[in-house]
Design a protein around this ligand. Structure first.
Ligand SMILES: NC(=O)c1ccc[n+]([C@@H]2O[C@H](COP(=O)([O-])OP(=O)(O)OC[C@H]3O[C@@H](n4cnc5c(N)ncnc54)[C@H](OP(=O)(O)O)[C@@H]3O)[C@@H](O)[C@H]2O)c1
Length: 247
């Protein structure tokens, strides 16, 4: 299809869909039992969104259960777990998918410390995980109105800004950025908006106590960015304040 015609059709789809009320909006957040995922679940729920939160151990996700409409088991690194989730959610429309689950093993500070088992696990969770979940839940997202895919990346995934260390984590997020770009090109013509977001340095188990932002501050900024998403932002790489980051 010609680019001009494609842009015109995308615009028509956007104009035909009025902004959806929070109460009618379903958001699925992965890794929602603690950290930024739990805070996403809390803030989306407080705004009236219908939250489906996933956890590797749903029984232990007691704080999540207090705010989410539905808690589902999910290990994003496990193909069978992802397929089982898709089966349980068959025909359930999902408006916004937040691929938040992630891991950061900081041991690979130099080439001699690179452990390929850690490298593989990091990619399984941070990179293949979001793509695997997106692939499995695409039918649900196609049934949803907003068609937004939010991939939690990091500024550490920026190649341009890299100052070294952490081979696995940085590369896993750079590759996630590329996956997001490819998805945005493929799904944009259907009205999807796919973005990678950097939450800032946040005081979670991953970020540690010395980090800049509280989870509340970070997620409030991130949800502000998500609520402002439109087709012009498809494929973008933004921080919690909506600034574009260099690739
Ligand atoms: N905190 C920061 O400063 C910061 C900065 C930049 C980017 N980020 C990104 O933001 C996201 C959230 O980070 P966070 O700070 O909230 O991390 P966190 O406190 O360490 O929480 C990580 C979450 O991911 C889940 N998870 C890990 N492996 C998983 C798997 N295989 N399947 C499903 N869930 C899994 C954890 O579940 P369990 O409880 O079962 O382990 C937990 O819910 C991550 O993608 C991270 O890379 C964070």
């Amino acid at each position: 299809m010609r680019p001009m015609l494609m842009a015109f059709l995308t615009l028509l789809v956007a104009l035909a869909s009025p902004v959806q009320a929070a109460e009618q909006t379903t958001v699925l957040v992965t890794g929602a039992n603690r950290g930024l995922g739990l805070e996403y679940a809390r803030q989306f729920a407080a705004k009236g969104y219908r939250v489906i939160g996933t956890a590797r151990d749903p029984q232990g996700a007691t704080e999540l259960a207090e705010v989410a409409a539905r808690v589902e088991a999910l290990d994003v690194a496990d193909t069978a777990s992802v397929a089982a989730l898709a089966q349980r959610l068959k025909d359930v429309p999902i408006d916004i998918l937040v691929n938040n689950a992630g891991m950061f093993d900081r041991s690979d500070v130099s080439i001699d410390k690179v452990d390929f088992a850690v490298m593989e696990q990091t990619f399984q969770v941070n990179t293949f995980g979001p793509l695997r979940v997106t692939q499995a839940l695409l039918p649900n997202l196609r049934l949803g109105q907003r068609k937004q895919i939010v991939n939690m990346s990091s500024q550490l995934g920026s190649v341009q800004n890299s100052d070294g260390r952490w081979y696995a984590y940085r590369a896993s997020k750079s590759a996630l950025n590329q996956f997001n770009k490819i998805l945005s090109v493929e799904l944009g013509p259907e009205g999807f908006v796919c973005v990678v977001l950097h939450p800032g340095w946040v005081r979670t188990d991953m970020g540690g106590a010395a980090a800049t932002y509280s989870p509340e501050e970070s997620v409030s900024g991130l949800i502000g960015v998500i609520e402002q998403l439109d087709s012009g932002k498809n494929g973008g790489y933004f921080d919690l304040k909506g600034n574009t980051l260099p690739w």
